[in-house]
Design a protein around this ligand. Structure first.
Ligand SMILES: Nc1ncnc2c1ncn2[C@@H]1O[C@H](COP(=O)(O)OP(=O)(O)OP(=O)(O)O)[C@@H](O)[C@H]1O
Length: 731
């Protein structure tokens, strides 16, 4: 639950104020809602804007104590994601990769954020940093670019806000040209929805209270004049939706020339096709300093593998420059590579941070999936809501968020619920901004404890007391599902998510079952059967096939972690299914640098897995290092047999499912039909060309064809080999 003083600071402009929740418990399978006191706080005076020359002073030590509705002391903060009682957070796997990753911290006291920010952290009653904060804050304070992925509700907003605020306090004062109405903020935070921008702004104001750092929000659908006036009063952190920001840039009311910090919240959404033109315009075609001269941070609970790969291939800095120049590849719009390029264009020598499995969901959310035919959905929903009411399952303040696919569907379901005695409101893109904000307010304060929403409310919104998320219509993309259910089970609290599944959702069966399994949820037998039946399907669902093979954090699957050297994974936890009979074998000679070998593997691994194929990638490299599923071994140019023999002899090969250490290549035939490809080159230049061609190929053809009709169709400079055939290629 949010701290009331901070909310009141942040909500200076809004009329409604947060309320608390009562304790509640569902039946045996349902989640437990956390008890909290009802809070209704008078607003402390609005934080005054402190001119630059007065900045960096310590904040005054006291803020008005926040009385609760009954006059007692401020509401107790529910155990946060980082709080000891906030779930099993300490054992959550954390992965970082990149050069010279700054070590994590254990407490806020270990971080030098400045007195004023530390004071605000104390006021927020954040006892200790959440895992993503422990890792991300030192990285950002060290000035590094960051791509960070952590579960919903895990405190990512503070993870990027604290370092930004602290950096601004330490840096030169914001400038504005004399007599000009153009403001030049040092920090820009972009988010995909208006409501999320409003929320981030509120958070930023809380965190920057009495620091002299001023945050302003600009979003569409609201009168621009008010926002312009607000900007004129000075801005250090501009929180904006892309559309409105472009408008402000075109009017020359904002200049990005001084941007030192660029944060993209819900970055994967910001980099997808819908936002791409605006984001590219803002970041590349205006006056923003280029990557490397600014600090860029991408945060989300999900990152499609393609974005990660691209960032690595095109963006990562090393002695040789980016692993791959984008030029040889004609990037087609509508392809994953398009997003990939975009992400990599923004980052410089970045660090990748994953807290938990990328795209996974917290175990604090109990997930249920019910098979409900389309015409039965309403009555089923009614049953659920009735049961909730009868059981008193969620208490008076418990809120239920119902996701539907279409705006029309949202209106119609809201109406129907209201007609049947369930106070509901709705939020979607066709409602005016005023209506949207009103709906959200009336949901938050419990006047209409049911909110019917489209995906406009799927990401980022941190609404206390959402105890149940119902996916009346399931989304097409599992990542959207992760964000939707993440509206409950936040900040260490538990929550319940129910999904209505039927034939129309069969493409989601497999990733859904995998996600549930990963989050230690009970997967219904019928869903497992659906998942098995859908063993192969197209690329619409980003995770199709990928999770089973290698999980979603491609670096974890395939590259050395920081401090590396050890192997990651092994067969366990990656599905453990029967041995798959197809394979891509990539062999590079010794003089090909390991990082290039690695990147080729990563690329293949990911792209092939994303089309639903079980593929093993064996790599040859001079170091003989292994990275989880991707097994590397020395390939001395002896051809495929030699390569396989070496592979199977390599002790690391035990990490490859179906192989035993020391076994011979013939194991492949024992395991069933087998196809492998050997791609090799001792020349770096050629290797690069091969990467490019593979990418091109992947874009242009269904990957099935690589596997089933390899001969001559590929048009690339590598040969294919059948089992046991010796072929040395590209030398
Ligand atoms: N260190 C902390 N201790 C306790 N609570 C915290 C801490 N940091 C953040 N929180 C609280 O956790 C909640 C979730 O934080 P936030 O909205 O930043 O999550 P998020 O990771 O951005 O989620 P999403 O992926 O859904 O956008 C907020 O209510 C926030 O106040």
């Amino acid at each position: 639950m949010r701290t009331s003083w901070a909310d009141s600071v942040a909500n200076a402009e809004s009329s409604a104020f947060a309320t608390g929740a009562s304790a509640s418990t569902t039946d045996t399978t349902a989640a437990n809602a956390t008890a909290a006191a009802v809070v209704s706080a008078p607003r402390p005076p609005r934080a005054a804007y402190v001119p630059p020359h007065l900045r960096n002073r310590a904040a005054s030590s006291e803020l008005p104590a926040t009385p609760s509705a009954d006059g007692s002391s401020a509401a107790k903060l529910a155990p946060g994601p980082g709080a000891p009682s906030g779930g099993s957070r300490s054992d959550i796997p954390v992965e970082t990769s990149g050069d010279n990753v700054p070590p994590p911290v254990s407490t806020f006291a270990d971080i030098d954020l400045g007195d004023a920010v530390n004071e605000n952290i104390r006021r927020c009653k954040y006892v200790k940093p959440t895992p993503v904060q422990r890792h991300a804050i030192p990285i950002l304070l060290a000035g590094r670019d960051l791509m960070a992925c952590a579960q919903t509700g895990s405190g990512k907003t503070a993870a990027f806000c604290f370092p930004i605020i602290s950096g601004i306090m330490r840096g030169p004062p914001s400038q504005r040209q004399r007599g000009s109405k153009t403001v030049c903020p040092p920090a820009l935070i972009l988010s995909p929805t208006r409501e999320l921008s409003i929320q981030i702004h509120e958070e930023a104001r809380k965190f920057s209270y009495q620091t002299g750092v001023r945050a302003v929000v600009a979003y569409g659908g609201a009168p621009i004049n008010q926002q312009l006036r607000d900007l004129e009063r000075g801005v250090d952190i501009l929180v904006a939706t892309p559309g409105r920001l472009v408008d402000l840039l075109e009017r020359a009311r904002v200049s990005l020339q001084n941007i030192r910090y660029l944060a993209l919240d819900e970055a994967d959404r910001m980099l997808d096709m819908g936002f791409e033109p605006q984001i590219r315009r803002i970041v590349e075609q205006m006056d923003m300093p280029p990557r490397g001269e600014r600090q860029t941070m991408l945060f989300s609970a999900t990152f499609p593998r393609e974005i990660q790969i691209a960032a690595m291939l095109f963006g990562i800095g090393n002695d040789d420059g980016p692993l791959m120049s984008p030029e040889p590849v004609t990037v087609l719009p509508c392809s994953p590579l398009y997003e990939m390029r975009l992400a990599s264009d923004f980052l410089f020598n970045y660090i990748f941070l994953a807290v938990g499995r990328v795209g996974s969901s917290t175990e604090l959310i109990v997930q249920r999936v019910e098979f409900v035919l389309e015409p039965d959905k309403r009555s089923y929903l009614m049953d659920l809501l009735h049961a909730q009411k009868v059981n008193g399952a969620y208490g008076k303040q418990a809120l239920t968020l119902v996701f539907v696919e279409t705006k029309k569907g949202a209106d119609s379901l809201e109406h129907w619920l209201s007609m049947h005695g369930f106070p509901a409101t709705s939020i979607h893109g066709d409602r005016t901004q005023q209506e949207r904000e009103r709906a959200l307010r009336s949901f938050k304060n419990g006047a209409t404890p049911i909110l019917v929403a489209t995906d406009v409310a799927a990401r980022g919104l941190d609404i206390p007391h959402v105890s149940h998320v119902i996916n009346f219509d399931l989304p097409n993309d599992i990542d959207d599902y992760v964000h939707r259910i993440g509206r409950t089970g936040r900040a260490g609290k538990s929550g319940l998510a129910t999904a209505f599944f039927n034939e129309n959702n069969s493409s989601l069966a497999r990733p859904l079952a995998e996600l549930m399994q990963e989050s230690s949820q009970e997967v219904p037998d019928w869903l497992s059967r659906y998942a098995t039946a859908r063993s192969s399907y197209g690329g619409r669902n980003r995770r199709s096939g990928g999770a089973r093979f290698g999980g979603r954090d491609f670096r974890r699957d395939s590259s050395a972690r920081s401090g590396g050297g050890e192997y990651y994974g092994g067969g366990n936890g990656y599905g453990g299914g029967p041995y798959a009979a197809s394979g891509i074998f990539v062999a590079f000679s010794e003089n090909v640098p390991f990082h290039m070998v690695l990147s080729a593997s990563v690329l293949l691994f990911s792209l092939l897995a994303s089309v639903g194929k079980d593929i093993y990638t064996l790599l040859g490299d001079s170091a003989g290092r292994s990275c989880g599923r991707v097994c590397t071994c020395h390939c001395g140019g002896g051809g495929f047999d030699d390569f396989l023999t070496r592979c199977t002899r390599a002790q690391h090969l035990r990490t490859v499912e179906g192989y035993e250490s020391g076994s011979s290549p013939s194991i492949a035939s024992d395991a069933g039909p087998f196809t492998g490809y050997l791609i090799g080159s001792s020349q770096k230049r050629l290797s690069r060309a091969i990467y490019a061609e593979i990418i091109r190929f992947c874009l242009q053809y269904d990957m099935e064809r690589i596997l089933t009709e390899p001969d001559g169709k590929v048009g690339v400079s590598f040969d294919t080999v059948a089992k046991g055939t010796t072929t040395a290629v590209g030398e």
